[in-house]
Design a binder for this molecule. Structure first.
Ligand SMILES: NC(=O)C1=CN([C@@H]2O[C@H](COP(=O)(O)OP(=O)(O)OC[C@H]3O[C@@H](n4cnc5c(N)ncnc54)[C@H](OP(=O)(O)O)[C@@H]3O)[C@@H](O)[C@H]2O)C=CC1
Ligand SMILES: CC(=O)N[C@@H](CCC(=O)OP(=O)(O)O)C(=O)O
Length: 342
């Protein structure tokens, strides 16, 4: 079995990861960590997250700087489900031993260090780790992921957006001179577990935020290969992202060309499901899937695609497991979906 630990295991994505690894046929859940001053220190994970009560009794151990090197040498896999700054500070030590590190934060997703000053509010100082890191959009970059020591798991909105847009970009369908317009709504769990005024029950309403300045805009642009307009919205539900994306297509594009682009991209990728109806959150929440559907207006030359994921799973924890599967030579969906029955 592959020795695995999770840092940040008391959080929403960390707990989902623990649940996935606990059930995985090849990875073994060896230890769970929280910050040195965590209010959940030494509690059992199943006591903090009731849906895991009685299933995962490992304690949430406070992690100190002194213990990092031992983790790097003893573990085969370290998942970081921690804030960007914690991942940033700890990555050089955690990646200096035999462990492969899968980071759910944004700290190693972009090669341009200026982006971190402009969009994340901190100065990136880990140049070498940043150079090593590979972007973990699992259904697109398996060739990079399979040899990587550090995998930067994509953000939730970029996963939903890139899954919809990359087949079109790669097939040469998108018209030059027009920016894809992405409008996406996320559930409140996207903001993490710790309390804040903006995500308290009585404050949350359906509202745009981060307009023309969200940190996922440069991430989407970097891995799509063209600029986009990205507008996130917070919705008054717990989980899931629905992205509605409008693009201008080249004048010779017809419905068959669009279908061919999506089918070719995802024919061997059971995690991404091409639907025959408009995706909805209830179909993907609690699953590792990304659901896609689209409609082309050939007269006007516009295409609308919608993409639905669970932000905590395909947008974070299950995509991290896809990456780990690829890194260790397994099918990307191992432990996530069963083989399709006839
Ligand atoms: N929520 C989502 O939909 C997505 C989140 N992400 C990213 O994944 C990461 C985790 O997100 P999420 O689970 O939502 O966050 P949470 O706020 O729910 O959990 C964060 C976890 O990190 C721990 N932690 C906090 N501060 C530190 C620290 N200084 N050192 C070590 N551990 C610390 C917390 O435990 P404690 O404070 O008790 O120590 C907790 O276990 C973030 O970087 C986030 O941006 C990525 C994609 C989607
Ligand atoms: C609803 C909500 O607040 N969502 C988060 C995105 C969560 C995510 O993907 O996180 P990282 O890129 O930070 O890892 C946000 O907009 O900041």
């Amino acid at each position: 079995m592959i020795k695995t630990c999770i840092v940040g295991a008391s959080g929403y994505t960390g707990a989902e990861l623990a649940s996935l690894i606990h059930r995985h046929p090849r990875f073994e859940l060896n230890a769970l960590y929280v910050s040195a001053k965590s209010q959940d220190a030494d509690k059992k994970l199943g006591d903090v997250h009731g849906y895991l009560f009685g299933q995962i009794n490992l304690p949430l151990t406070p992690l100190t700087d002194d213990a990092l090197q031992a983790l790097a040498n003893e573990m085969d896999v370290i998942f970081l489900a921690t804030p960007h700054e914690a991942s940033h500070d700890w990555m050089p030590v955690l990646s200096s031993g035999k462990a492969k590190v899968f980071d759910l934060s944004g700290a190693f997703r972009l090669k341009d260090q200026q982006v971190f000053a402009d969009y994340y509010g901190f100065t990136h100082e880990q140049t070498s780790s940043l150079e090593q890191a590979v972007y973990g959009l699992a259904d697109w970059f398996a060739d990079d992921i399979k040899d990587a020591d550090i995998v930067a798991v994509p953000g939730c909105y970029p996963t939903a957006s890139l899954s919809a847009l990359k087949p079109l970009h790669e097939a040469g369908i998108l018209a030059d001179g027009h920016l894809p317009i992405i409008n996406a709504v996320s559930g409140v769990s996207g903001a993490g577990r710790k309390a804040a005024m903006g995500n308290s029950f009585c404050e949350v309403s359906l509202q745009a935020y981060g307009v023309l300045g969200h940190r996922h805009q440069p991430e989407i642009s970097a891995y799509l290969g063209r600029e986009v307009i990205f507008t996130p919205h917070l919705g008054n539900f717990k989980r899931g992202i629905l992205a509605t994306i409008t693009v201008k297509v080249n004048s010779d594009v017809n419905a068959e060309a669009v279908a061919r682009a999506f089918n070719q991209a995802y024919q061997d990728h059971p995690i991404v499901r091409i639907r025959q109806t408009w995706p909805k959150l209830d179909d993907v929440v609690g699953t590792p899937h990304c659901d896609l559907f689209w409609k082309l207006d050939t007269d006007k030359g516009y295409l609308v695609v919608t993409s639905a994921i669970d932000n905590l799973l395909k947008g974070a924890a299950s995509q991290a497991v896809q990456c780990a599967n690829i890194r260790f030579g397994f099918a990307s969906h191992l432990g996530l979906v069963h083989e399709v029955s006839a």
